[in-house]
Design a protein around this ligand. Structure first.
Ligand code: HAS
Length: 561
């Protein structure tokens, strides 16, 4: 069924607007590696200083692009797979709130009044409008699921006994995680940060806000991951010429993420004071458990790809790989998903290193951490967003993908870039290179007493990789703009746009993964169990409330009004 007209317009705005913002996000990414390597030795370029640029890079790429894509994909999957219409009014309200929120937050960042990085931890203080923008953005992103639920309930009534389509399970799992995750950060922003930035409270309990942030921050990464996992499970096997090896594996992975995404944010706080080591240890173990759905995904997708390749005549233990459509421009989407998987192998392994309490001591707050997350959010998720956006934009506008060969090369170029970038950052991290630091001004400045020539190679590797990633992003924009300018394809105009959906090879029917409710209940209980004591300890043992700071000065600021 064709997407209803208004929802089509909403989805297109949700895909195109963040891509426009991404031009700034990508530019500031390239600027980061230039500052880091000392190629640019300055505090600011074109009136935007280092930390402002880093904040824009993180907020645009990690918060706005990812969330709007999740909502857009959610609309298309829910409407297509449930063959239903959804509330257009809800869609406009959601879009309006997200756009106003994103614009307010971006305006504060570019005005230099919200230089607080994407984690906005206090005591760094932003202008209240930045926090209000974030609140509007998040509330806007809540609305779509509330409008999808009645549609889903009607579908269940009309289709008794039928399994919910797998893509819908993935989208609902993502947004359930999002609802659960955003409650603690809503408390942080509404109760702590807005009153503090307004000057109504003298200080803020930094430990509490960091803990509330990471209660949100880790499930956030799985919210980023889920739309790409939906594409992996529902589209990739078909693009590879085969079927999804196990339908149950997909459902179980999605449901496990609901269960395990939230109660483990303390692994970002292993180095924080005020939280007992036992609770850090417990959440560390839970973190290792969340590797299970991803390993299950790895084996299931590998088996699905093998199935497709063997159907096409692939033989031998490894010979079947040759039959996958790596360089077939007709299936240009395949490399976006496949390269993401290859990158994620390394993102996953380094995640396990991070989660290991003792090894975390070596890498925490070093360049290792951005190396890890560019192999996760900057790898599979980002490539999924690029590929998925191009597919939906051209599909909904009934236009051909201009330059499909170029479109196909983008993910390979990005992969080369991100591997070089991360190799440099991993090596640097192990040598103590700090993250979030304008190294060119001090450590890589031969005139400085802090000069560290041993960081030259790692930062320059990062710079080369970052520039290749910038080039890949540029080529992607060439494809998008050329596709937008292309004429509507007459043959496409008469066909209904639909996302590819893989059939299952094993279509198991396991009652445990048919219903969300038990998973949500256990997830809420697990969160309560994992956070009750740490938050209680922070509140009871207390810490002096901190005044606000800006990253450029050691002196406290009253407000940034
Ligand atoms: Fe992470 C820090 C632990 C996954 C993102 N992570 C971050 C930060 C971000 C981030 C943004 O425990 C920095 C936050 C900040 O600013 O401070 N992370 C993990 C673990 C996992 C993990 C255990 N992270 C992610 C994902 C992210 C993400 C996903 C984004 C979406 N991470 C940590 C920890 C820290 C951290 C600590 C704090 C560090 C510190 O000290 O600050 C796991 O979920 C990973 C499981 C994944 C796998 C990989 C499965 C592989 C697959 C591919 C299969 C390939 C196939 C193709 C089939 C086990 C599915 C075959 C092809 C062939 C060629 C063979």
């Amino acid at each position: 069924m064709e997407l209803q007209k208004s929802i089509k317009t909403i989805v297109l705005i949700e895909l195109l607007l963040p891509l426009v913002l991404f031009i700034f996000g990508a530019y500031h990414g390239v600027m980061q590696v230039l500052y880091q390597s000392g190629v640019v030795r300055a505090n600011s370029v074109a009136g935007i200083d280092y930390y402002q640029g880093l904040t824009a890079h993180g907020v645009i790429n990690a918060l706005v692009l990812t969330t709007m894509f999740a909502v857009a994909l959610g609309y298309v999957v829910v409407c297509q797979q449930l063959k239903s219409r959804v509330s257009a009014a809800g869609g406009w309200v959601s879009l309006g709130l997200m756009v106003v929120g994103a614009v307010l937050a971006a305006a504060m960042i570019f005005a230099g009044k919200a230089t607080v990085l994407y984690t906005f931890y206090p005591p760094l203080m932003a202008h209240p409008i930045f926090y209000i923008g974030l609140v509007l953005f998040v509330v806007g992103s809540w609305v779509p699921m509330w409008t999808w639920i009645p549609v889903y309930m009607q579908w269940r009534k009309a289709n008794p006994g039928q399994k919910t389509p797998l893509g819908v399970v993935g989208i609902f799992s993502a947004f359930i995680i999002w609802q659960m995750a955003t409650l603690p950060v809503a408390i942080e922003v509404l109760v702590q940060l807005i009153p503090w930035s307004m000057g109504w409270t003298a200080g803020v309990n930094v430990m509490l806000s960091r803990t509330l942030f990471w209660f949100f921050g880790h499930p956030l990464v799985y919210f980023w991951l889920m739309p790409t996992y939906v594409m992996y499970y529902t589209m990739l096997p078909k693009l590879g010429g085969g079927k999804l090896f196990s339908d149950f594996a997909g459902r179980f992975s999605f449901m496990s993420f609901i269960l395990l995404s939230c109660p483990l944010g303390l692994h970002h706080q292993f180095a924080d004071p005020g939280i007992s080591t036992s609770w850090k240890g417990i959440q560390g173990v839970l973190t290792l458990l969340i590797v299970i759905p991803s390993m299950l995904t790895a084996f299931t997708l590998a088996a699905s790809l093998e199935h497709g390749a063997r159907l096409k005549g692939g033989i031998g233990l490894f010979g079947w790989w040759k039959k996958l459509p790596f360089f077939n421009a007709d299936v240009w989407l395949f490399p976006y998903l496949f390269c993401g998987l290859v990158i994620f192998i390394f993102g996953g392994i380094t995640g396990v290193v991070n989660a290991s309490y003792s090894m975390n001591n070596v890498i925490h707050n070093t360049a290792w951490v951005p190396a890890h997350f560019h192999l996760t959010v900057g790898g599979p998720i980002f490539l999924g967003i690029l590929g998925g956006s191009l597919l939906m934009i051209t599909g909904l506008l009934k236009k051909p993908v201009a330059a499909p060969k170029l479109a196909m090369l983008v993910p390979y170029l990005w992969t080369i870039g991100v591997f070089i970038f991360s190799t440099g950052f991993f090596i640097g991290g192990l040598r103590g290179e700090p993250r979030r630091t304008n190294l060119g001004m001090t450590y890589l400045n031969p005139a400085s007493p802090s000069y560290r020539p041993d960081w030259f190679i790692s930062t320059h590797l990062g710079m080369i990789g970052g520039c290749i990633m910038g080039l890949a992003a540029l080529l992607y924009f060439v494809v998008v703009v050329r596709s937008l300018l292309a004429k509507t394809d007459a043959s496409l105009a008469n066909t209904i746009f639909a996302l590819p959906v893989s059939e299952p090879y094993h279509d198991e029917d396991v009652p445990a993964v048919r219903n969300f409710a038990p998973w949500v209940v256990v997830a809420v209980l697990l969160c309560a169990a994992a956070y009750y004591v740490p938050i209680h300890d922070i509140l009871v043992n207390g810490s002096a409330n901190a005044p606000g700071f800006s990253p450029n000065s050691p002196a406290a600021v009253d407000t940034v009004h």
